[in-house]
Ligand binder design. Structure first.
Ligand code: NPQ
Ligand code: MG
Length: 368
């Protein structure tokens, strides 16, 4: 397969409601999409960067820059391009995992589409649908939170994740537990908002029988997470800290986590995500698929990944309507708390051209 060129496209999509986390409030999503045009087929990729370097050091303008100046031109040297070749070539550049992941996804989609093979089968999926959880942002009040959770439970979500930060942690968790009972699968995500000095406070979450606490400490604080894991009974899960299969293996060996949130964007792509899955499965560490408020493009690929055997916990693979009034692809709709794994070739979905054009704010063709 030979690459003809890459189209970069930025779209603006308003969120159905503001999404507040410990690092800020988002009211809309500015998303970079990648279309890989090859001599065999076309493929789509989605970059999960935010506008600001708030969740990780990457950001949308930076991704556009590194893609156009370095990552895309580097692919010109390959005469036989496929997803694996992209990974090898991009390995020559440090960092920029979200940008790399998006490019890898677009080439992988083109490759698998030309071969008629679904991404899920290629990755080793063993399920045809995946159980879904929902991530619930920080709210202005507990009653408002209970209303939101009630709505998601009625929609069929099988697991609820509450975003927490200092000042919004024990009481909201207690209130949700009291209202919805102990059978509700419940977990929390701090997005690095605490320090090890908060250990005694965080241990007050232990009586609420949470599935896990996600990334309470700084992303480079593996030792801190290992210490904190010994000071609480709630299972420790890492998100931001896990950037590769090697860092996952190290974190597990240090006792820093017993659960891992796998996000393909954060780790540089679906192929590395599968390796993390393999490492975790070998160590008996449960994994689940995280989310970055993807459109149907990224969502389709995440659902394919979440169908691998080690994904034993419901993911943040919510329905399209959790975030968007109108998705750019056919919407993903929850059925009995699950999303169906796409069965078409490649990622199995593509944007609807008219709506895509309507929401496009910028585009650029990069020939090879
Ligand atoms: C997490 N996601 O697990 C992230 C972080 C996150 C679904 O909780 C705009 C775009 C706002 C992506 C806020 C979920 C975001 C975002 C938080 C991702 O840590
Ligand atoms: Mg997280």
């Amino acid at each position: 397969m030979k690459l003809t060129g890459i189209e970069l496209r930025r779209i603006g999509l308003p969120l159905v409601s503001p999404f507040r986390t410990s690092f800020g409030t988002q009211t809309q999503r500015d998303i970079l999409l990648i279309r890989a045009v090859t001599d065999a087929a076309e493929g789509w990729g989605e970059c999960v960067t935010l506008v600001d370097p708030a969740y990780s050091e990457e950001y949308v303008d930076g991704a556009v820059d590194v893609l156009t100046r370095f990552l895309i031109p580097a692919l010109a040297s390959a005469d036989q391009l496929d997803g694996a070749a992209v990974q090898t070539i991009l390995g020559g550049f440090k960092g920029h995992r979200m940008a790399k992941a998006a490019l890898e996804m677009a080439v992988l989609d083109a490759e698998l589409t030309s071969l008629g093979r679904p991404l899920a089968r290629e990755l080793g999926a063993v399920h045809d649908r995946v159980p879904c959880g929902v991530s619930v942002g920080i709210m202005d009040s507990v009653p408002q939170l209970l209303d939101a959770v009630q709505g998601y439970v009625e929609e069929g979500y099988l697991r609820v994740k509450l975003k927490i930060e200092p000042g919004w942690d024990i009481e909201p968790v207690r209130a949700v537990r009291e209202r919805f009972g102990e059978q509700l699968l419940l977990q929390v995500d701090a997005n690095t908002a605490y320090t090890l000095a908060d250990a005694r406070h965080l241990a007050k979450l232990d009586p609420f029988d949470l599935l896990l606490i996600e990334q309470p400490l700084d992303e480079d604080d593996i030792l801190g997470h290992a210490r904190l894991a010994q000071l609480m009974t709630t299972p420790m899960c890492l998100d931001e800290s896990i950037t590769s299969a090697r860092s996952a293996a190290a974190a597990i060996s240090f006792g820093a986590c017993s659960v891992v949130n796998i996000k393909p964007g954060r780790v540089g792509g679906y192929l590395e995500a599968r390796r993390i899955h393999d490492v975790c499965l070998a160590h008996g560490v449960a994994v689940w698929c995280g989310g970055m408020l993807e459109t149907g493009i990224g969502r389709a690929a995440n659902v394919a990944l979440a169908a691998l055997p080690g994904f034993t916990l419901p993911g943040d693979t919510s329905g399209s309507n959790r975030y968007y009034h109108q998705d750019i692809t056919e919407p993903f709709v929850l059925d009995d708390g699950h999303l169906a794994v796409p069965t078409g070739a490649g990622i199995g979905v593509a944007p609807r051209p008219e709506y895509l054009n309507e929401v496009t704010t910028w585009s650029q063709w990069v020939p090879l």
